[in-house]
Ligand binder design. Structure first.
Ligand code: MLT
Ligand code: MN
Ligand code: ZN
Length: 270
């Protein structure tokens, strides 16, 4: 299984376009696009995990995902969604040129992104389905994370609105949970034995931003005290000191064995 970390920022990206805080204004800090992964069992057929508004730039920056080998062929087969938040779904509209695309999401999320489907259906009829157990040789499982629905979604449908994914191939596993209000029951079991456990790194600590608690993102400080093993953090908000590679917080995290990947990080499991 091959994994490419396409983006590692929270909604709005880093720097955030409408923020002039000292961190966003510091040109020395590495830019981050909105979070998402690309995964593949064979290196030829790829699935996106979340489709951010940065998807076009992410694809163009990733040779494995660029069009080919035929003139109008693409190695991108489909998209799996963890939730319906705009930073994870707006990219669907930007993929509207695709002749075919498989979209997989939990039922509540499929309902919310029905808005986008109404639009993309005018261009191409894609498949929109619940998450399968197996995808191109990769075993897929989900764990319900929360019922935090996007602000724009008012469908009276049962959740979960947010899930975590576990992808497994040849006995190696990766867990992806970029949106975690809390650690759900059974999370440790769900993540057991995974080579990479990629988690919500929106905020480093509690009280980093006004209104932070209602946003439902478990701070990194709490997560590292509650979970064992090496953890990877993504979906970084611009208030998070981890965006600075030279921050003491980054040094502390590294000393505990945890990882903050840059955009474009590649993991190969063999
Ligand atoms: C979140 O991660 O909390 C959401 O993406 C917030 C948003 O951008 O609406
Ligand atoms: Mn988000
Ligand atoms: Zn900022």
């Amino acid at each position: 299984m091959k994994v490419i970390v396409l983006g590692t920022a929270a909604g709005g990206g880093f720097p955030q376009w409408n923020c002039a805080c000292p961190t966003c204004a510091d040109p020395a800090l590495p830019a981050r696009t909105q979070d998402g992964l690309a995964i593949s069992a064979d290196g030829d057929n790829w699935y996106l995990v979340n489709a951010s508004p940065d998807i076009r730039a992410q694809i163009l920056a990733t040779p494995e995902l660029r069009a080919g080998p035929g003139v109008r062929e693409t190695p991108i087969r489909g998209v799996l969604l963890t939730d319906a938040e705009l930073d994870h779904t707006l990219g669907l509209l930007l993929l509207r040129e695709a002749d075919a695309l498989e979209v997989y999401a939990p039922p509540a999320v499929l309902t919310a992104v029905g808005r986008f489907r109404d639009i993309t259906d005018r261009y191409h009829a894609w498949s929109w389905s619940p998450v399968p157990d197996k995808l191109d040789g990769i075993a897929v499982s989900t764990l319900a994370v929360s019922n935090k629905r996007p602000r724009y979604a008012d469908e009276p449908v049962p959740g979960p609105w947010v899930v975590a994914y576990r992808f497994e191939h040849d006995g190696k596993a990766l867990v992806y949970a970029p949106c975690l209000a809390d650690l759900p029951d059974g999370f440790e079991q769900f993540a057991a034995g995974a080579t990479y456990v990629v988690l919500d790194g929106t905020f480093y600590s509690a009280g980093e931003m006004p209104g932070q608690t209602v946003m439902g993102h478990l701070p990194v400080r709490t997560t590292i005290d509650r979970l064992d093993g090496r953890l990877v953090f993504t979906h970084l908000n611009n208030t998070n000191p981890l965006v600075d590679p030279d921050s003491p917080e980054r040094a502390e995290l590294a000393a505990r064995g945890h990882v903050v990947p840059d955009d474009g990080t590649r993991w190969e499991f063999s």
